[in-house]
Design a protein around this ligand. Structure first.
Ligand SMILES: Cc1cc2nc3c(=O)[nH]c(=O)nc-3n(C[C@H](O)[C@H](O)[C@H](O)COP(=O)(O)OP(=O)(O)OC[C@H]3O[C@@H](n4cnc5c(N)ncnc54)[C@H](O)[C@@H]3O)c2cc1C
Length: 418
């Protein structure tokens, strides 16, 4: 019998591991609790909008090499789209100013010395302060390493880190912030082109992966939730799916647990995992989006980023726990009022709210504080045939698509080299 790798969870981490292992000719079975793959990165048909939307707008940067390799591997690299150069448009709701940051392609940041391309109200030398975040002392927060005020912070560092870490930046881990800055601003414009799945996360990142796994003979079993793992002294012996549905693990069989941290902790006794989370709120409005910037950063409002998709404008708000108890319609009205100020909307739109939807992901990511970051385990466990994956494992990155895919690749490497 060839050895089988059982992968628990068909989020991006599980899918990346399944793709890497099936490419090496391993026998792979993916077990997913829900009726769909993709986990926190998925598309679905929304009845109130009458269109397919994503659970959240996901931004990938051109420097996210593992994510781009994953897309190339499943033949979907052309489905992420973005500008040819690294440009970010911003609008400040307080001052009503708009501007565009234009990075240089290479590593040398000439843009910070050009008042037409850098953040308005800043000087070239202000940017040197960011150097302190590049390799910060361990265990520190961003607020302990840099001053969290001034134009550069409010207009660039705060929106960048809030989006990447999904936490109010002063509380965020300086180590994780440093990883983000090294891979974006320090790496130059070629690494900073903003890329989005214009036709949806499902058709871009998930469905082509499932098709590729099917071609390679890997099984993906949906609605197949793992209830418990039976452990021997050194290894996992069996997977219990409930109702007498048990998979006994052969001597060479292995398991990758690629579920969220709270699910992993309930399956693997004694596992230390991050226990605090932050929410992300997305608002979607069905409206003609032609002529709008594909991404707009918004300052001094509730709205943080506006994305233009065909027939839809969509808003992302990170670290959004404060919005979870606001009545949905009130939130939609606040957000739409800000969108109407930040963008020039088509003339003749009927008054009031266009068709809308609010999607709140309460546990969107683990809280990227130094304390929670310190709780992230590596891929290997005390059991020799059980490996961990997921954006919350110790990838050195915040909880992102790039981190999830890297964790899946790393879990596959651990198994392939056993
Ligand atoms: C609203 C939102 C916006 C985001 N925006 C961005 C962004 O702009 N850029 C970016 O890079 N990242 C973003 N992220 C983060 C990104 O989506 C995640 O980092 C990534 O999808 C995590 O993948 P994962 O495989 O680690 O976990 P998950 O996607 O959580 O996958 C885990 C899977 O395990 C399954 N599972 C759980 N328990 C069991 C069990 N017992 N048995 C079997 N299966 C089980 C779950 O159903 C799920 O499918 C965003 C996340 C959210 C929620």
């Amino acid at each position: 019998m060839p050895r089988t790798v059982h992968i628990i969870g068909a989020g991006l981490a599980g899918l990346a591991a399944a793709l890497a292992l099936s490419a090496r000719g391993e026998t792979v079975v993916v077990h997913e609790a829900t009726g769909f793959a993709g986990g926190r990165c998925r598309s679905y048909h929304d009845a109130s909008l009458g269109m397919t939307i994503d659970n959240g707008n996901h931004l990938v940067l051109s420097g996210n090499h593992s994510a781009l390799d994953y897309l190339r591997g499943i033949g979907a690299a052309d489905r992420l789209i973005g500008p040819r150069r690294a440009e970010f448009k911003f609008f400040d709701l307080a001052s009503r100013e708009g501007w565009t940051l234009r990075f240089d392609d290479g590593r040398l940041p000439f843009w910070i010395f050009d008042p037409r391309r850098r953040v308005p109200g800043t000087r070239g030398l202000d940017y040197l302060a960011l150097g302190r975040l590049l390799w910060p002392p361990p265990g520190k927060t961003v607020g302990e390493v840099i001053g969290c005020d001034g134009a550069l912070y409010r207009r660039l560092v705060e929106p960048l880190l809030l989006a990447a870490l999904n936490i109010d930046p002063p509380q965020g881990s300086a180590k994780l912030a440093g990883a983000v800055i090294r891979q974006t601003l320090l790496a130059g414009g070629r690494a900073c082109r903003p890329l989005i799945a214009r036709d949806g996360l499902g058709p871009t990142l998930i469905e082509p992966a499932l098709a590729c796994l099917q071609r390679r003979g890997a099984q993906v079993r949906l609605d197949h939730q793992l209830r418990a793992i039976r452990f021997g002294p050194e290894r996992a012996d069996a997977l219990d799916f409930g109702g007498g549905d048990t998979v006994l693990l052969g001597d060479d069989d292995t398991v990758i647990v690629a579920v969220p941290p709270y699910a992993a902790a309930s399956l693997v006794a004694g596992l230390q995992v991050p226990t605090e989370f932050r929410a992300i709120v997305n608002a979607h409005f069905r409206v003609d989006s032609s002529g709008q910037p594909s991404i707009l950063g918004v300052l001094n409002g509730t709205v943080e980023w506006i994305f233009a998709f065909p027939g839809r404008l969509s808003v992302t708000i990170s670290a959004a726990d404060r919005l979870l108890d606001i009545p949905r319609e009130d939130l939609a009205k606040t957000i739409w009022a800000e969108v109407s100020t930040a963008l020039t909307l088509p003339a003749g739109l009927p008054p009031g709210l266009p068709p809308w939807q609010i999607v709140r992901e309460r546990r969107a990511t683990f809280a990227a504080t130094p304390e929670q970051d310190a709780k992230r385990p590596g891929a290997e466990t005390a059991w020799r045939n059980l490996v961990l994956a997921g954006d919350w494992t110790n990838t050195g990155l915040p909880a992102t698509i790039e981190g999830a895919i890297r964790s899946g690749n790393r879990a596959a490497d651990v198994i392939a080299h056993r």
